[in-house]
Design a protein around this ligand. Structure first.
Ligand code: PCA
Length: 216
């Protein structure tokens, strides 16, 4: 049994909704099949402050599993992120107007941290359930990577956090209609995806060794 923290983000970049929070908020007060409690929160789409809020929430809930979820508009699959890198390089300002370019997130931190979620096992289970998913080799260089890196840096210093990582999700269909040609995923599939990811994470002692790398 674990204490799980599941987070989404506020809308950003002129969107009126963020699929991550639309999906994550539905897990409020729920438990996984092993009885682990799920706490949910919406993080601001702001460099710096989002990580501060996240760390405060981890302490408040004594979370030992943390999964952050964010929108990756245009991606067609659930992206289970493998690696967080120590750089902010914002193409657009965040919701507070900040636009860091080529700045280290933690001056003395590692260049990168790997997710400690069972990423291959999650992708495997999602595909078994008929949901397109892949292991992603980059969470970008915007607020999501920033929060992912901040989470993994904190987890390194707080070993009570057993599992931590990041999942990017596509647009909702109602967003994609404003982006002709862009892929989307139904809220139902997003909810099933997160539910499966939580089940796999609470059950798996270690990840599966499956081929799912990328050639480029
Ligand atoms: N997606 C952005 C930040 C917030 C979100 O949901 C990103 O991928 O960086």
């Amino acid at each position: 049994m674990a204490s799980i923290l599941l987070t989404g983000f506020t809308p950003f970049n002129h969107e009126t909704t963020n699929p991550s929070w639309q999906a994550v908020k539905q897990f409020a007060g729920k438990t996984t099949s092993d009885g682990s409690h799920i706490h949910v929160a919406e993080l601001p789409c702001e460099f710096g402050r989002a990580t501060e809020v996240l760390r405060h929430l981890i302490q408040q809930h004594q979370a030992d599993i943390v999964i952050c979820v964010g929108q990756a508009g245009g991606r067609s699959e659930i992206s289970v992120e493998r690696v967080a890198i120590n750089v902010d390089d914002a193409r657009i300002p965040d919701n507070a107007g900040l636009q860091p370019i080529d700045e280290a997130i933690e001056a003395t931190g590692e260049n990168a941290y790997f997710s400690t979620l069972p990423i291959k096992a999650i992708v495997y289970e999602l595909r078994q359930a008929g949901i397109p998913a892949h292991v992603s080799q980059s969470a970008g260089t915007y607020v999501c990577n920033h929060v992912f890196y901040g989470l993994m840096h904190y987890a390194r210093q707080h070993p009570h956090i057993k599992r931590a990582g990041f999942i990017h999700i596509p647009y909702l269909p109602e967003q994609a209609v404003h982006h002709p040609g862009a892929a989307s995923m139904s809220l139902e599939n997003l909810l099933n995806s997160l539910s499966l990811a939580l089940e796999v994470t609470t059950k798996h002692g270690k990840d599966l060794k499956l081929s799912d790398g990328s050639l480029s």
